[in-house]
Design a protein around this ligand. Structure first.
Ligand SMILES: NC(=O)c1ccc[n+]([C@@H]2O[C@H](COP(=O)([O-])OP(=O)(O)OC[C@H]3O[C@@H](n4cnc5c(N)ncnc54)[C@H](OP(=O)(O)O)[C@@H]3O)[C@@H](O)[C@H]2O)c1
Length: 248
């Protein structure tokens, strides 16, 4: 599905991000795997995936909240003079807290990673894609950006804003043959949920149809679909992959 395509993945060190790197490679794509924290394990994982599928994967390190670091990283990628076919934005941060307990600085911190810097990286990469006159951007949002839940003010509204951005940017970039879609996963088994008490997780799972969390691979499958030409007539959409949690 992504044979010889070159893909930038942010949050590549996370559960969904690493599963996405793996799926892209399995489908023949090459990856600039971007994350914040350099670890031996991460480098080893990338090496193993690249060897297994015969593609190239490069680790790229930057903190999304450091714009000059991010700009330099994307500039370096552009200097490689390869086409940048896909951008997957899987970096994200979570905060669970009631409205009265959410400081404005915490709200800004969450929006910084989940919204403002997602916009900035899209601006940097879209300018390169516009020159190529092709590209696909996949923003990993959340069902929390669609449903309203107590304690999710910061996270949910940052993801709602990202969904809005994906839709509006898709309208502006369609003329350059660039598609922009958002993905809204439900609870997924990654370190992001490790601090949520089991009882709270169970409450959410109980009201979903499939009554379990997603494996990161199940989310990665949907990301690869949106990234690839399999979804060539989809843009400005929010694809919900939540085991039947949102009810219409
Ligand atoms: N897990 C879920 O239930 C769920 C559900 C819906 C949506 N999502 C969304 O899916 C995406 C991936 O989440 P995940 O579940 O894979 O979580 P995760 O395992 O915690 O991974 C999050 C990734 O984002 C990176 N990141 C966070 N802040 C960053 C920053 N300032 N600069 C650069 N990278 C940063 C992390 O890097 P470090 O390793 O350096 O911290 C990590 O690679 C997120 O956008 C999340 O909101 C998750």
């Amino acid at each position: 599905m992504l044979k010889n395509k070159n893909v930038i993945v942010t949050g590549a060190g996370g559960g969904i991000g690493l599963a996405t790197v793996n799926k892209i490679a399995e489908n023949g794509g090459n990856v600039w795997a971007c994350t914040r924290t350099k670890t031996e394990q991460f480098e080893q994982d990338l090496q193993n995936i690249a060897n297994q599928y015969g593609v190239w994967i490069k680790a790229v390190y930057f903190d999304m909240t450091n714009e000059s670091q991010m700009k330099t990283a994307i500039k370096e990628i552009s200097l490689e003079k390869r086409s940048i076919d896909v951008l997957v934005n899987a970096a994200g941060t979570v905060y669970n807290g009631m409205f009265t307990m959410t400081s404005i600085s915490k709200l800004k911190e969450v929006f910084e990673v989940n919204y403002f810097e997602q916009i900035y990286i899209m601006q940097l990469v879209a300018r390169l894609m516009m020159r190529q006159k092709k590209g696909s951007i996949v923003n990993v949002a959340s069902v929390s950006g669609i449903e309203t839940t107590e304690g999710k003010l910061a996270y949910g509204s940052s993801k709602a804003a990202l969904i809005y951005a994906s839709k509006t940017i898709s309208k502006e970039l369609a003329q350059y043959n660039i598609r922009v879609n958002a993905l809204a996963p439900g609870l997924t088994d990654t370190k992001m949920n490790k601090e949520i008490p089991d009882a709270d997780l169970q409450k959410v799972l109980d009201r979903s149809s499939m009554k379990r969390m997603a494996n990161p691979e199940e989310i990665a499958n949907a990301i690869v679909f949106l990234a690839s030409d399999q979804s060539s007539f989809m843009t400005g959409q929010v694809m919900v992959v939540d085991g039947g949690r949102l009810w219409s």
